[in-house]
Design a binder for this molecule. Sequence first.
Ligand SMILES: [Zn+2]
Length: 161
Amino acid sequence: MISAQNLKATLSMQEVLAFHGIDIPTRRKILCPFHNERTPSCHVYDDSFYCFGCGVGGDIITFEMMYSGISFRQALTWLSNLAGITVDSLPPAMGHTERKRRRDNAAADAELNHLAVEHRHLVHDLHVFKPRSPFDFVHERYVRALTNINNVKYVLNGKGF
Ligand SMILES: [Zn+2]
């Protein structure tokens, strides 16, 4: 994992948004993901965003934390993987042991990211597929989410989250 500062120098706001499937029009205003609106008032800059509608703004890490509902550390881990900061981008002069150590760390981070994503999907499913009344059809994704979310939480907690 790299420092927040390095990460911000590597990954642009546009790249983070693109990853979430948010396209940036040439005028650089998007529909705010944090409040309901019909006219785009969220401005996108190279390294930050600011919504003139609801006053929310920040850098890529703030965005990721808010958008995905994750912690600062999780956002940092997640984004550094997204930035493709892996052994391949390390200087060739680095010793074998250090390379291996970093590779192991990268693998652990990838595993953590996978869990974080899974957790997010489960939270989403719990919300979206929740039966609205006792007579409602119970969606299998709701059942699956209920079953799995505690396991995922347990593993994440075990890893210090
Ligand atoms: Zn807004």
